[in-house]
Design a protein around this ligand. Structure first.
Ligand code: MLT
Length: 310
């Protein structure tokens, strides 16, 4: 029997795995680093979302671990190099939350364009501030994308139907595919220069960490609006905060943060900043899709030796 440690407590969508007699699933939701280190010794597989950090120390403590499954897209909470060195497979489910994240991104863009959260809050306070909330159409504006993978592409397709022009930077994207979707692939600086709305959809890597900083914000249009549903550390919080205060960046909408939940809330308190608590992938549909695919990936790995999504 294969013992699987789960560090979050939703079994929804994991039916194939739960029903399989060859597996024993045990839930220890959000263990502390100390507990995690002790627990991990006992398990063949580990199933996580974003609630834990699988550090080199945790991996070092594992005695039988063969497989780490990330029920989601980003594997930046796993020390992949340490896992690989120990022969542990790290797999994710990259496509399961694409639509949900794309839709959340668009929700945030519309919220910025039409001041929806402020207008709702104002009505709740029994105010009728029609003039104050004059908005802007998305039609005719330029969307700049950093990252043209699955999510970036779905955001682009939807916003092209709103009449937006889309320019994108992605060193790994296929130019012909981008063109066939009506997207212009271009340089990073060109995206910064042209975007009315800048949306980030790249993973957190050494190249993207801190990419939205003073030097790059200076290359953007005055009054640019920025949305980040990718990873918090792609933005330098201090630099964004200054740009929001000066008005260089008119608005920003963040779903992701360097520390989650944040320890320093000062950026979130900034008036022209919208924030949601890493909600983009939190839809019933996405979580079920991810869990179903992850169940198959785990079963295939342990029972057939098949490595998928690694
Ligand atoms: C992901 O990487 O799958 C998303 O950011 C959602 C999450 O981490 O919970």
């Amino acid at each position: 029997m294969y013992k699987i440690l789960m560090t979050y407590d939703s079994m929804e969508g994991l039916d194939t795995l739960v029903a399989n007699k060859e597996f024993k699933i045990e839930v220890h939701a959000k263990p502390s680093a100390e507990d995690f280190k002790k627990l991990i010794k006992d398990y063949d597989g580990l199933l996580i979302r974003s609630e834990v950090k699988v550090t080199a120390e945790i991996i070092e403590a594992a005695e039988k671990l063969k497989f780490i499954g990330r029920a989601g897209t980003g594997v930046d909470n796993v020390d992949k190099a340490a896992a690989t060195q120990k022969g542990i497979v790290v797999a994710n489910v990259p496509g399961g939350n694409t639509i949900s994240v794309a839709e959340h991104t668009i929700g945030l863009i519309l919220s910025m364009a039409r001041s929806l959260p402020d207008a709702v809050a104002s009505m709740k306070n029994k105010k009728w501030e029609k003039k104050k909330f004059m908005g802007n159409e998305l039609f005719g504006k330029t969307l700049g994308l950093i990252g043209l993978g699955r999510i970036g592409t779905e955001v682009a397709k939807r916003l092209i139907s709103f009449g937006m022009k889309v320019v994108a930077y992605d060193p790994f994207a296929n130019a012909d595919l981008a063109k066939s979707n009506g997207i212009e692939l271009t340089s990073l600086d060109d995206v910064f220069a042209k975007a009315d709305y800048l949306s980030i959809h790249s993973p957190l890597t050494d190249d993207t960490r801190g990419m939205i900083n003073n030097a790059n914000i200076a290359k953007m249009k005055d009054g640019v609006r920025i949305v980040n549903c990718a990873r918090g550390a792609i933005i330098n919080d201090k630099d964004l905060s200054e740009a929001l205060k000066s008005g260089k960046v008119a608005n920003a909408a963040l779903d992701v943060f360097v520390k989650e939940p944040p320890e320093d809330w000062s950026l979130i308190e900034t008036q022209n900043l919208l924030a949601t608590p890493h909600l983009a992938a939190s839809t019933e549909e996405a979580q079920v899709k991810i869990a179903q695919e992850m169940s198959e990936v785990i079963v295939d790995f342990f029972t057939k030796g098949l490595i998928r999504n690694a």
